[in-house]
Structures are given as C-alpha cells and as structure tokens.
Design a protein around this ligand. Sequence first.
Ligand SMILES: *Cc1c(COP(=O)(O)O)cnc(C)c1O
Length: 383
Amino acid sequence: MKEKLTLMIPGPTPVPERVLKALGKHPIGHRSPEFQEIVKSTTNLLKWLHQTKGDVLTITGSGTAAMEAGIINTLSKGDKVICGENGKFGERWVKVAKAYGLNVTTVKAKWGEPLDPESFKNLLNKDKDIRAVIITHSETSTGVINNLEAISKLVKSHENAIMIADCVTSIGACNVPMDEWSIDVIASGSQKGYRMPPGLSFVAMSQKAWEANERSDLPKFYLDLRSYKKAADKNSNPYTPGVNLYFALEEALKIMKEEGLEAIFKRHNRHMQAIQEAVNAIGLTLFAKEGYGSPSITSVIPNNDINAEEIRKYIKNKFDILIAGGQDHLKGKVFRIGHLGFINDRDIITVIAALEASLDHMGVLNKPLGTGVAAATKILINN
Ligand SMILES: *Cc1c(COP(=O)(O)O)cnc(C)c1O
C-alpha cells in the first residue's frame, strides 16, 4: 500500500490534514490585505515558537537558504569564525563559511559524540577577534544533540562574537529559548518540526545579530535580510513568497499553539526514550553517546553485521514505513528513525514492531518477538 507510506525520516515529515487542506486553496495576491494578515499572524506565531522578542524572517527556500542567510547577513570577508563539526550538517556550515571566504577554525568531535563546550571556551578566551561561533544543535546525520545552551553562554560573554545555530531538527521538538539562551541567529526549515511540506525556511535574528549586520560586507541579494526585515515590518515580503506554503504555515503554527510548547517537547522526549529503550531491549546499539540522543532522530547500529540498508528496505517494502539510512561513511552501518513533528505514539509502536519483524525475518532477532514493542509501550503508557 504505497500510498499509505509513513515518513519517519528526518524531513520531509508527515503533514496533518488541516495543513494539507490549507495548502490546496487558491493562491491569493501576495500584496493583498488578506495576505498581509497571514504574514502578521505567522510572524507572531514564529516568535512564540522561537521564544523571542527579536525578528523571525521567512524565506521561500530550503533550510540551507536560512543557514546561508545567517552567515552572509552578519559576517564579513576574512572574519574569524569557529564552526562545530560532528556530523554532516556541521560540515555543511564549514562549507558555507568557506564559500564566502571566512577564516574558519573547526572544533570537531567524533560522529556520535557531542561537541565539547570547553574547546569553544579555550578558543574564545584566546582571541577577541572571533566574530561568530556556528554550530548544529540537533545533528541529524548522527542523532546527537549538542549543548547549545552552554556554548551560547560562552559566546554571550565574548565581546565580538555572535552565536549562530542550525536548529533545523530541534525547533518544534525540544526547548530552544532563543532569548534566554542568547542565541543570535537561528536557522530552521518547514519540512522538519513544523509539520509542513518543504519550501519555507526561517531565520531568527537577535539585536546583536542586527548590530553585526551593520558591518557585514558579504555579497547578498535574494537573501539580504534587510529587505525581509523592511518588508516584514509592513507585514509583507520583498519578493513573491510561496503563498500557499504560507497558508500551510499559518495552520501548522496554529496546531502547534493548540498543542502547546511544553506538550510538544514532552512528546518528542517520550518518543525518543521509547525508541531508545526498545533498541536496547532487542540488543541493537544506539549510535549517539548516552545522554546525547536527539529528541527528533535516533540513529541505530544493527546487530550481527546486518547491513542497515537491508533493514531499511524491508521495513519500507513490507510495512510502508520510510526510515533513513546512514550518510557518508555510515551508509549501511546505521539506520535512522525520524520522530520529528507530526508523530504520535502509534507511529512509534509500529516502527518498533516493524524493526523487530525485519530482524526476525533475517534470523537475527535474538529476543522473543514483541520485546521491543513491550519496552517502548512501557515508556509510552507511564510517561
Ligand atoms: C534538514 C536539515 C537542514 C536543511 O536542509 P535542506 O535540505 O536545505 O532543507 C539543515 N540542517 C539540519 C540539521 C537538517 O536536518
């Protein structure tokens, strides 16, 4: 039943029917008063989601557009920046920064391990000229959550540096209080925690980020955030935005507001725990270091040298659930279960049941069938 495929990859994620319906309406003029109302309402809801009094600007483009916008709007050629790199998306930051001629120092951690805030501290203490610290909060390629709060606090006490974070798979999944943690730039994308299709991305900017913007000399036009800010102040856009995606955004943010931030964070945390317990119970290995699992994505190493791609394919073909494979050197070594956005307890129970069934089918389930489901269910009913 291919038309009933459930997405459990880290984006695109499932989309609620209310959002799909909003998407299917006739487009309206993007300079109309009706559209201005939508821009106004989504801007306010985005600020609520980011827990900020600063600006959250919407770009028609994927998450990478928001990442690139964050860099080119706050930095200048040759600026010294520190990039955290412990996975594929940390690497992407380094590539964007280098593409614009920034002077990049990387702080690395092994894939599966979190970035160490101490390393950032030492570099920041040594050099007053550092202009930005750039990290990925939830590293989607490994399923690791980095300690953004601790790293951001270090940046706050530095004279010149701003904190830039990729929160693409943490916004809408776990607590990211932008103002309280003094994060200056946050990038995110609609197809992740927003329960929307791909196509919109978001850049949140603090006061300190706008101050950095004043001296920024990197080339920009479509992604020049001053145009977006100027337009947003009049509830508008500089260019033609994805009008129907805005309809979807408004509905999706309303659904999030109805659920409430606390409930959203709790749900993601329960799902993460349920999957972790189930994986341990059936004797597979969690790829992320203990205590650093992402609330939105769990990366798993199969047992008995089974190729992870075989498990992935079996689950898709037999159970119509799409999970993700490993990236780069992890291809075939891990599979990744996305549990981000519009995911309920039933999705968790079925993906674990499908996982056990696939291992059983391959003759490598070393526990009674149902052991994983029992472990997951226990978490789900008791939390
Ligand atoms: C998905 C993702 C992105 C953005 O990717 P796009 O394909 O450009 O939307 C960036 N960072 C992380 C951590 C992601 O998971």
